[in-house]
Design a protein around this ligand. Structure first.
Ligand code: 5GP
Length: 118
């Protein structure tokens, strides 16, 4: 049994977050510490700790995450110039919250895909 994170409380609206979209499968809200002018997190409503834990039964929710990201990018006015979608996994990926989430970031030129610093 996986442990819930703060994101489950955001989904249930038990703690505040700026929720931009919610349906039966996914929730999208602004990141509390934005790394770009637009920084939105899109998450499945059911707990999947990491992308290593994704199952075929999760495909509907994961597909919805992408269509919601595209819709929110349009609404944020960043679709034409472009943006980046990121999912971090475990320690080397820099994952901090163990409930999978898609970062939708944009609003200015994002630079190289990966930092050259190690
Ligand atoms: P990760 O490093 O796991 O890929 O990203 C976790 C993200 O969740 C970070 O960008 C962090 O700022 C965001 N975050 C962590 N706690 C909260 C919270 O309580 N509310 C919101 N809105 N974002 C959070």
């Amino acid at each position: 049994m996986s442990e819930e994170t703060i994101f489950s409380k955001i989904i249930r609206r038990e703690i505040p977050a700026e929720i931009l979209f919610q349906d039966d499968l996914v929730t999208a809200f602004r990141d509390i510490d934005p790394k770009a002018p637009t920084h939105i997190l899109i998450i499945p409503n059911h707990l999947i700790p990491t992308t290593n834990d994704v199952k075929s039964s999760d495909e509907k929710a994961l597909g919805r995450m992408v269509t919601v990201a595209a819709k929110l990018a349009q609404e944020a006015g960043i679709a034409e110039d472009g943006y980046r979608i990121i999912m971090n996994c475990n320690k080397h990926g820099g994952q901090e919250v163990y409930h999978i989430h898609m970062h939708l970031v944009g609003g200015h030129f994002l630079g190289p895909m990966l930092s050259q610093d190690r």
